[in-house]
Design a protein around this ligand. Structure first.
Ligand code: 5RP
Length: 231
């Protein structure tokens, strides 16, 4: 792996390493997506190399599947293992009630499916991800069937969002499930995440939102001098 070069990267590494210790012999686990999840995979890979046996890991993205394979972590899926012992993933924003915005990496749909299949969802992050109110630092991603992207975008704009269809390298960004993502910025932040999530889900063509509510059980915040665990 690359060496951590700043306090944020060191924090991600500490959080990933602490979360890897939660994985026990014989577990079936879910692996998140993103730079913090990669630090988890590296730490877990080290444990697997030293003899830890896990039944399998369900990846939340193609990128994670490829990265985990590099560390000889056995890959499985939700058909083989519909119930997971633990799911560990990063987040873009975490509020005091452990509600999250996720999906800056575009893996929100699979992340939510894998998170809801797990008995326990643990979030790993550096301190910059903690916020008082969701929606001020990161846009809320909404995954949409391509056919519906323009009407959904217009409906989201009518809810007060500044909307942008996500692009990567100047091209429309497609998720692993071949959908598009609309990034929604709410200038006042998100005052009622539960109500907003329900409203967005009611729009035909919307597949999933990046609001993760009542899913995370625990947060591990990594800092250069150690980790803080909530609750
Ligand atoms: C990807 C995600 C990531 O978990 C989130 O973007 C955090 O990423 P990072 O650990 O790189 O900050 O939701 O869809």
């Amino acid at each position: 792996m690359t060496s951590p070069i700043n306090p944020q990267d060191i924090g991600k590494q500490k959080a990933g390493a602490a979360a890897a210790e939660l994985i026990k012999e014989g577990m079936v686990i879910g692996l998140g997506t993103g730079s913090t999840a990669k630090r988890l995979i590296e730490a877990l890979g080290e444990r697997v190399k030293n003899g830890l046996h896990i039944v399998g890991a369900v990846p939340s993205s193609d990128e994670t599947a490829a990265y985990a394979a590099q560390y000889n972590i056995p890959i499985t899926n939700l058909d083989e293992h519909p119930e997971l012992d633990i799911y560990i993933d990063g987040a873009d924003e975490i509020d005091p009630q452990l509600r999250l915005i996720k999906g800056a990496g575009g893996a929100l749909l699979r992340e939510k499916i894998v998170a809801t299949a797990a008995k326990r969802f643990v979030v790993i992050a550096d301190p910059s991800k903690k916020v008082e109110q969701l929606g001020h630092k990161y846009p809320l991603p909404v995954e949409v069937v391509p056919l519906a992207v323009t009407p959904v975008k217009n409906r989201l704009a009518r809810l007060g969002a500044q909307v942008a269809i996500r692009e990567r390298n100047g091209q429309k960004f497609y998720t692993d499930s071949h959908n598009l993502v609309i990034d929604c910025t709410f200038p006042e932040g998100i005052t009622d995440p539960t109500a907003l999530d329900a409203t967005i889900h009611s729009i035909p063509g919307v597949i999933e939102t990046g609001l993760f509510i009542n899913l995370a059980k625990q947060i591990i915040i990594g800092k250069p001098d150690g980790v803080e665990i909530y609750p």
